[in-house]
Design a protein around this ligand. Sequence first.
Ligand code: TRP
Length: 333
Amino acid sequence: MNKEKKHILSGMQPTGRLHLGHYLGVLTNYVHLQHDYDCYFMAADLHSMTVFYSNYKEAQNYILPLISDWLAAGINPEKAVIFVQSDVPQHSELAVILGMYTPVSWLMRNPTYKEKQENVEKDIDSLGFLGYPVLQAADILLYDADLVPIGEDQLPHLDLTRDIVNRFNHFNKSGNDEKVFKLPKPLLSKFPKVLGTDGRKMSKSYNNTLILSEEEDSLMKKIMTMKTDTARIRKTDKGNPLNCPVFTYYDFFCKDRKDEASSGCKTASIGCKDCKNIIGSEIVKNLTPFREKWHEVKDDHNLVFDILSDGAKKAKKKASETMERLKEKLGFH
Ligand code: TRP
């Protein structure tokens, strides 16, 4: 790989088939970035273990579908390194060391920690769950990532990574030599928040998703049931596009039809069904290449295994270089 290119690391937890929120929120960024950066994309199976600790095999079953979704979206294993977190033991090793530089109070304050503790039904009162962001910092720092493409919800984790780097560098200064870790920056997509069929944020836990690999009719059916401006009851009522979740979709795939839809809605010259038909067919059309590629790869387990074993080798190489640099700095013998 080219030494001068900047580095990217990102990961997703293997928890099920990806939806439009993932696609617009991060996945399209992955696809664009792979051309200009040294990219490492990882299935974060150790992170998912915070929830799947009692049925870990289930989490492992989600790895292949996650990678198939990535390939279908256009991530190219010739360009990006695609790997599974637990295949690279350095993630766990670095997390232990970074833990020494992470005050527990920082972790307790982390908004994701509080939010999940309250909302996840399972008992996740574990050291592993509290330390989730430390493991994430290890992921990022092992690959010298300059940029980390993430969804908005992950920003607090990136802040924590930066805080840990600063604290580590503060305690491990020696003259003006190079720092072991650089400060990574987040990279958000143009569409950080995609609304689901019920008008709330699109999320698996709300059951309001449009699945990327879903067949056309099923996608179309879901879109036809989408919430619109709830104050517009009859087609003859004038609507307010700014209160309509469907209207937000124009920005994604058919910006050029947005103004026409807006005035049509405000004057009641088009109905919500018309709008949904437009949006639905645009989404179906735009996801056609994804669906086609997905059908090609979804059952090709050998292909995915080969990609992951090659990815693990490349990732281990980079991760072990970082660990050597770190151990030398700290004075491990
Ligand atoms: N926490 C991320 C999520 O749930 C997944 C993740 C794990 C990640 N390690 C990472 C994202 C490193 C970016 C960088 O979406």
